[in-house]
Design a binder for this molecule. Sequence first.
Ligand code: AMP
Ligand code: MG
Length: 371
Amino acid sequence: MFGKRVNVRVLKTNWKELNLLIVNSSWTLNLMKKSNSTKICLGIEATADDFGVGLLDFEGNVLANVNNAFIPETGGIHPREAARHHAKVAGRVITEAFQAAKIDPCDVTVIAFSQGPGLGPCLRTGATAARALASYLNVPLVGVNHCVAHIEIGKLATGVKDPVTLYVSGGNTIVSAFDAGRYRIFGETLDIAVGNCLDVFAREAGLRPRDGVPLGAAVENLATKGETFVHLPYSVKGMDLSFSGLLTAGVRLLKKGKYRLEDLCFSLQEVAFSMLTEVTERALAHTEKTELLLTGGVGANKRLQMMLKIIADEHDVSYCVVPKQYALDNGAMIAWTGILAHEHGTSIPIEKSFVRLKWRLEDVDAPWVKV
Ligand code: AMP
Ligand code: MG
């Protein structure tokens, strides 16, 4: 049934489910005719809790951006449970994306997937889907660095060209800027990501992600009702940050039951976001870039947006925040970065498309960036 033979050893994770996905999907018979000449990339995001599929044309128009998030019954994300979720919903999400874009699978020119960094089982499931599709449709496969993708979608969506970027999410906290062919890291977390800090605190407080409202947003809502600042540890080490002590102290005060949850949420945000703002401001001063970009899921937070606006104004730089639909992990950002990489000659043979759990932002050549 496949256009060419694939290395089954590479595909062993969840292969059965994904094979079924392709056999069962209604669009499998529709491979005969290409409906138009527009070049299109399908991007698959599956680094952690989200399984997302984006379809973009090579001009950067988003034709579809469909996401299905894994929400655990209790506790945090268990990588294997999340991967099982991804394998279960993959067929549906891919089909929905094609329907939303009103295109056929045969219209796809390139398949891109999040190759890393991320959780092994989740990455492997997304990669398996991508390899299967690339093989089936007989199109090139491009492995995309998830952190680069957050920056590139921010640039596409806001029009900034050469920013200092604060990328804040559930798994990453990075201050970066482009220099000499790569996105360089100027500061990063030494332990947990800021989103993880907010999420764990929220869970300890008994909050649950409800109606698609992420835990970080639940903390944000409560923080708006905070009145009293409670002292919590502020931990910036040079250009790097540490959030684990802040989380431990916050949870300890929470368990004491002496403070209003609203005040603790307010204080947690104030301290965490001040730390981020301090490091970002130093990166701006050092690089002398004239643009500042806020991206990643935590970038949806209004208080963080406001704090960064203050430093942007003080340094007289233009300031952009990634729109909400592209702030959280999404397939569109993978598709767009896949297009940029593919247009600069990057693709990866299926048998070499192993996932890279710890693939660092600064290890990725970005020949498409011209500054
Ligand atoms: P990502 O890893 O990019 O998908 O982003 C997910 C992270 O963003 C999680 O830690 C969420 O709790 C966090 N998040 C989403 N919305 C908000 C918000 N409004 N304020 C703070 N954190 C948020
Ligand atoms: Mg996510």
